[in-house]
Design a protein around this ligand. Sequence first.
Ligand code: BTN
Length: 263
Amino acid sequence: MPKDLQSLEHYLEEIEPIDTYIYEEVNSTNSIASELAREAFKRPILVVANKQTAGRGRMGRHWYSPANSNIYMSLVLKLNAMVLYPELITLYSAVCVWQVIGETVKESLGHLWIKWPNDLYWEDKKLGGILTESLYSAGKPEFFVIGIGLNVNSDKEEIQRQTDLVWTSLRAETARDYKRDSLIAGITGTILKDLYLLSEPDRITKMWKERTRTIGARVKVITGNYEFEGLAEDIDSKGHLIVRDAFSGDRVTISTADIVHIR
Ligand code: BTN
């Protein structure tokens, strides 16, 4: 196990009981976490890997996941009635990750923001993302798998060669290495601490809006079927994005799409 993951279990002892699985290599921590939850779920499950061979991003994209440098973690929660709108889990998690990075990396303040719905950006470069998946039982979501990928110590040029977006890592921005175990424990503890907020959509959307640059931005909305440009005006209580179509003037509510900020 790489040195900067060795103290993870120790750090997690401070947090409420969770079942932790740390792997050298997996296909996708989200897939492993789903299998473990279906086999037996007693308390929150955390799956961490040093490397992923088939990491998944949103919209069916591949998530580049080299060994020894970045965070690939999945947290499985059983939330039931508490969750009014499952979409908010992703927004809430993005706020938690934003907060932990802010506490750990002082230089990030003023640079780090959340792009709708759940991308973590350092200025105009992507630093991380969140893929939340629901596991259904009898037609209802029973478990939620929050998959978090964060570029921590990887070399910027290396990531850039593998992906078409503009990427960065904490190390690329600050010229320092970070201990992944302490960041993972911080993110896990922060998410678990205030889960009650999931029954208070207005508080989550407020926290999210304080950390985004999407609201008020001109955006291009790209879905599988159509594209349009407009002004991102707000998010609703489910976390859906409300965009004023520049052509028709209509207010369109977007639940799933890619958005590109236009200058
Ligand atoms: C995005 O498209 O921005 C979301 C990326 C989510 C990647 C993480 S890495 C850990 C977890 N396992 C996966 O296969 N995907 C998520």
